[in-house]
Design a binder for this molecule. Structure first.
Ligand code: C5P
Length: 214
């Protein structure tokens, strides 16, 4: 069962790339960040503290009832809570099996799976057929996030605030002791700073076709 692992920092373009590849190949797609976001949001709704591991673990049973596509998961306060709960080793262990099962047996019998996140190539699916590590300058990522929120017409933090929130999240994700964000040794590096999504998709697809012999 082919598995494509896509990792990278927030707003690097990894989610869009993962969705496009999955749709093109008719593979299942799992946005693993949504799992951590859902836990973070459930902790906030329960009045808990995302930095407290037992509060994070208490939210796990609620995941099954949560809509992982909900727009509520996409805002930056939920992203911050997600990156706080994601630092707890116990929580990461609790979410590991679900992610591995998704990769091994994609729902609806699809022929392969694309998972995107921070530790897919390093921890969740170290034997993935293809690993891609997506990066972009933090200023470019902040501008993308700003444009995305503007397009939705949301009440908007300014660019400088978004930039500092992204830097803070990068720092937390890269420096936590458990499954930090880092490029797997055998991952292909894709820098999206100066490329639009179509160009990024085309280079990823070329790589996938070559590796899978399609
Ligand atoms: O990718 P996204 O921005 O939705 O992820 C939200 C947060 O969830 C990240 O900042 C990161 O801390 C955490 N995460 C993680 N491991 C993953 C996916 C996301 O730690 N595989």
């Amino acid at each position: 069962m082919p598995v494509i692992a896509i990792d990278g920092p927030a707003a690097s373009g990894k989610g869009t790339l993962a969705r496009k590849l999955a749709s093109h190949l008719d593979y299942a797609h799992l946005d693993t960040g949504a799992l951590y976001r859902a836990v973070g949001l459930a902790v906030l709704h329960a009045g808990g503290d995302p930095a407290c591991e037992s509060d994070a673990l208490a939210a796990v049973p609620k995941l099954a009832q949560m809509d992982l596509d909900s727009e509520d998961l996409r805002n930056e306060s939920t992203g911050k809570a997600a990156s706080e709960v994601a630092a707890h080793n116990g929580l990461r262990q609790a979410l590991l099996e679900f992610q591995r099962n998704f990769a091994a047996m994609p729902p609806q019998g699809q022929a392969g799976a694309v998972l995107d996140g921070r530790d897919i190539g390093t921890v969740i699916c170290p034997d993935a057929d293809i690993k891609i590590f997506v990066i972009a300058d933090v200023e470019t990522r902040a501008q993308r996030r700003f444009d995305e929120l503007s397009a939705k017409g949301e009440s908007l933090p300014d660019y400088a605030t978004i930039l500092s929130q992204l830097k803070e999240r990068d720092h937390r994700d890269q420096n936590r002791s458990t499954a930090p964000l880092k490029q797997a040794d055998d991952a292909y590096l894709l820098d999206t700073t100066n490329s639009d999504i179509e160009a990024v998709f085309e280079s990823a697809l070329t790589l996938v076709k070559k590796k899978l012999g399609l």
